[in-house]
Structure formats: structure tokens, C-alpha cells
Design a protein. Structure first.
Length: 292
């Protein structure tokens, strides 16, 4: 390699360069591996389950981990491993729906507020401030209480609580982008507001929104399980992870720890996987973090 080639600057904006940075981040790769396993369960969980997740067998009631039932059985004799495998799709898809609702509804509001400013910004952001005054889980509990307990309503309620979070993120980025020279040049060339928002502002807002969406998917896994745990999410006999913990919590005192430990472990893995990937993406797209 010549001296000139060694001194060639590296384009830090290329996909290949950022991909290399991501794969060098061991925690992020670990999170990716965890989510890959969970996604396999989402796609093929019932097929991989060793038993029917809904089949009851009272003679096998509350049996501990064994070769036949690696994660033990619950109070109806149902195989806990099979229920965890089948329940992955309920928990993770609900979390993804919540992020989708928050992103689709919050991003346009944030971009419009940041781009136009003044009265529009004041109106939308004061509504966002009111929603942000409540912790997201408490707000979701209030919304789902009005809509009625169900897994779909729980996902929608969590998504509504995400709207001001994503709106704030999009607004912040839109305020930065609208002052850039290429946006001012587009104005000078006669481009309309809608075209500038769609071609210049929105694409530049996507990176922080993707990072935020990944992290809040992990929070969504936890909050969907929390709502199911208190009776505001999934209903019996759906094998949702939070509902499984709610069913098995009364048996911990008698030593049947497996009824809650294994569902709780998978909730922890789901949250950890999303958080690790989100932190890895944040480092890839934020040069200041890479320099630390």
C-alpha cells in the first residue's frame, strides 16, 4: 500500500463503514443474537414447541424442570417452554405495534412543529408536554382502562404514550435540518414546503428515530408484559409472558419458582437485546460517542 493510499480519508457516512463499526461492538452483536433467537420464536415458535401450549394435563400439574418438560409445567399442567415459545409472537409483535403507532403518529407532528414553528409548534408541543407529564406506563394504563383490557388495546395504548416522545425527537432534528444550507437553497429554487419536508427533512430525521424505536421496542416488551400482569393486556388462555408470570406468582411461596422465572428471563432477554442494539446504533450514528 502506497503512502498516498494510507492517507486517504475514510468516508464515515458510508453504509459499509457503519456496518463495520456495528459488528465491532460486541454488546450490540450480543443483542442482535438475542433478538435473532426471539424472532425465530416469533416466526416458528408453535412449530418448535415440544408440546401443545394450550393442552392441559392435571396429573403433570406444577412439575419442576425435567427432560420431558425442560422449563417445568404450570398450574394446569401445561408445558411452560411451549407456552414461552408460542407467546414470543404476542409480546414482541405487540411491542413493535406500539413503536409503529408512536412513530407514525408522532413523527409527522414533530416535523411539522419543528419546521413551521410559531403557533403550530406551540400548539402541538403543549399537548406533548401534557402527555409527557405522565409516565408512559401510567398513561398507557389509563388509556387501556378506557378502551378495555385486551392485548391489541394494550399495544395501542403504549403506542399513544410513545407519540410525544417520538414527536419531540423529530421536532428537535427538524429544527436543525431546516437551517441547513441545502434546505435554504431548496427554498431559493422555489421548492414547496411539502417537497422539502419529504425529500430533505424527513430522511435526515430517520436515523435518531430508528435508534429511538429500537430502544423503545425493548421498553414495549416490558410494558406489554406489565399490562398483562395487572390484567389490562392479554387474556387467558393466551400464552403471553407477562400473563404467565401473573398466573404463576402465587406458587413461588411454595417453591414452584419455574412458573415465573423462565417467562421473566425471556422478558429480560427481549429488553436487553433491544437496548444493546439501540446503544450500538447510537454509537455508530453519533461521531461524538465514537470518539470517547
Amino acid at each position: 500500500m502506497s503512502l498516498y493510499e494510507r492517507k486517504m480519508p475514510v468516508d464515515t457516512n458510508t453504509i459499509r463503514y457503519r456496518f463495520r463499526l456495528f459488528i465491532k461492538n460486541k454488546p450490540a452483536i450480543g443483542g442482535l443474537a438475542i433478538l435473532a433467537v426471539i424472532f425465530v420464536l416469533v416466526i416458528a415458535g408453535p412449530s418448535l414447541a415440544p408440546h401443545d401450549p394450550l393442552a392441559t394435563c392435571f396429573k403433570d400439574k406444577l412439575k419442576g424442570p425435567s427432560i420431558t418438560h425442560p422449563f417445568g409445567t404450570d398450574n394446569y399442567g401445561r408445558d411452560i417452554m411451549s407456552r414461552i415459545f408460542a407467546g414470543a409472537r404476542y409480546t414482541l409483535i405487540s411491542a413493535l405495534v406500539a413503536v409503529l403507532v408512536g412513530t407514525v403518529a408522532g413523527t409527522p407532528l414533530g416535523i411539522v412543529s419543528g419546521y413551521f414553528g410559531r403557533g403550530i409548534d406551540m400548539f402541538f408541543m403543549r399537548i406533548a408536554d401534557v402527555l409527557l407529564a405522565f409516565p408512559p406506563l401510567i398513561l398507557a394504563m389509563a388509556i387501556v382502562s378506557g378502551l378495555g383490557p385486551s392485548l391489541v388495546n394494550a399495544a395501542i395504548a403504549i403506542g399513544i404514550s410513545y407519540i410525544p416522545i417520538f414527536a419531540r425527537m423529530a421536532r428537535s432534528k427538524a429544527i436543525q435540518v431546516k437551517e441547513m444550507n441545502y434546505v435554504q437553497a431548496a427554498h431559493a429554487l422555489g421548492s414547496g414546503h411539502l417537497r422539502i419536508i419529504l425529500t430533505d427533512v424527513l430522511p435526515n430525521c430517520m436515523t435518531p428515530l430508528i435508534v429511538q424505536g429500537t430502544i423503545y421496542t425493548g421498553y414495549g416488551v416490558l410494558w406489554v408484559a406489565s399490562l398483562s400482569f395487572i390484567g389490562l393486556g392479554a387474556r387467558l388462555p393466551i400464552p403471553e409472558w407477562g400473563l404467565m408470570i401473573a398466573e404463576g406468582r402465587q406458587y413461588i411461596i411454595n417453591g414452584q419458582w419455574w412458573t415465573t422465572v423462565f417467562p421473566g428471563l425471556f422478558i429480560m432477554l427481549g429488553v436487553a437485546g433491544c437496548t444493546l442494539i439501540g446503544d450500538g446504533l447510537r454509537e455508530v450514528f453519533n461521531p461524538k460517542l465514537r470518539l470517547k
